[in-house]
Design a protein around this ligand. Structure first.
Ligand SMILES: Cc1ncc(COP(=O)(O)O)c(C=O)c1O
Length: 384
């Protein structure tokens, strides 16, 4: 991947917020913008657009080991995918199955959908993570009730990188005929996401988290899963998600996924090395620190750490002054000054909660970046 000038000028450590697009994707999409036919039209140039959509669907289905391309539905991103999964699945449940299990640290796209369902009379249980930041399959089992119809637990937490054992959760759920959704937005394109191994019925993904365009995502829905639709209109996406397809975005997302998934294992090893360097830098900085990510149970590309004595927003601004982009939490809530609901769910003391920052790593980061960050942390410690 070529490093765009903008990203070369700074140390970008906010890949969980969004990722720079692959240069190959930018090129493909720039050319794609010259195509204008509606894929539903009858003439020959429209067939080219239709072929692009079909090819992208088949490619994405193959990359997550779906049984057939028809299990992939294109959406406008992770938020829409989550909303559709949660509301659509809940509304398809029978009257005697109106209990849902989720976690307290889901992305707001899931949590806000749950709130809507509560207003409609659904009962929702919010599980708390263990000390290591993961949701225990046992806690899911304990929470199951006769009327449980849906479980929605994220695969990778966007603030701590905690990696949940969704395979075991699905197994428990399916013994009781409960639908399982996972928000895999921070996993697809980074780690192996195999819907058969995960055993999930519904899975959400977002293209801009793996070097694709913003405003583009998909929902995997295992064949036979009951799911109501949220949009009404034409017959696109088999009538389930009407509206003229974003052909260029769809093709760009498939290309980004292909590029991200090829060689992901070596990339994970490389990122583990960088994450370990970052932890060493934190240890050597002289700062008081608390790791909110457990390296044993988290993906290597997200590290959340608190520096008690330095408010999150102060650390973020001071890092920015050194050309380092980090965040105080999820991008959609980072603009608002408040405490992270994720770190809060981990029952951390107040000073840990108010000083948490997230480093999220990606393809363009190097060892040199980690050395620069270590220097910044020493400077921060010296400023006390
Ligand atoms: C775990 C998770 N789910 C959902 C979303 C929402 O995705 P999008 O930005 O594509 O709407 C995000 C984005 O930050 C995320 O990290």
């Amino acid at each position: 991947m070529e490093i765009t000038e903008k990203f070369a000028a700074m140390i970008y450590l906010d890949y969980a917020a969004t990722t720079p697009m692959w240069s190959e994707v930018i090129e493909e999409m720039t050319n794609g913008m010259k195509e204008y036919a509606n894929p539903s039209a009858q003439y020959s140039c429209a067939r080219k657009a239709r072929a692009l959509v079909d090819r992208a669907r088949a490619e994405i289905a193959g990359l997550i080991r779906a049984s057939r391309p028809g299990e992939i539905f294109f959406t406008s991103g992770g938020t829409e995918s989550d909303d559709w999964a949660v509301i659509g699945a809940a509304e398809s449940l029978p009257e005697d199955k109106r209990h849902i299990i989720t976690s307290a640290y889901e992305h707001h796209a899931v949590l806000e959908s749950m709130k809507e369902l509560e207003k409609k009379g659904f009962s929702v249980s919010y599980l708390m993570p263990k000390k290591d930041g993961t949701i225990s399959p046992d806690s899911v089992k304990k929470e199951l009730r006769e009327d449980t119809g849906l479980i929605s637990i994220m695969l990778v937490n966007n603030e701590t990188g905690a990696l949940n054992d969704i395979g075991s959760i699905s197994q428990i759920a399916h013994e009781r005929n409960v639908i399982v959704h996972t928000d895999a937005v921070q996993a697809v394109g980074h780690i192996m996401v195999d819907v058969r191994e995960l055993g999930v019925d519904i899975l959400s993904a977002s293209a801009h988290k793996f070097g694709g365009p913003k405003g583009m995502g998909f929902l995997y829905v295992r064949e036979g899963t009951m799911l109501h639709k949220l949009h009404f209109g034409g017959s696109q996406e088999r009538g389930m998600r009407p509206g003229t397809e974003n052909v260029n975005g769809i093709a760009g997302m498939a290309a980004a996924m292909r590029l991200s998934c090829s060689g992901y294992e070596e990339e994970l090893t490389r990122l583990s090395g960088l994450r370990d360097m970052l932890i060493e830098g934190i240890k050597d900085s002289g700062l008081r620190y608390v790791l909110n990510s457990d390296p044993e149970n988290s993906v290597p590309y997200i590290l959340n750490v608190s520096f008690p004595g330095f408010r999150s927003s102060v650390t973020v601004v001071r890092a920015d002054m050194e050309g380092i982009c980090i965040s105080a939490g999820a991008a959609c809530s980072a603009g608002t000054v408040g405490e992270s609901h994720v770190i809060k769910s981990m029952s951390r003391p107040k000073e840990v909660l108010s000083s948490a920052v997230r480093f999220s790593l990606g393809r363009q980061n190097t060892e040199k970046d980690m050395i620069r960050v270590a220097g910044f942390l020493k400077k921060l410690a010296a400023s006390r």
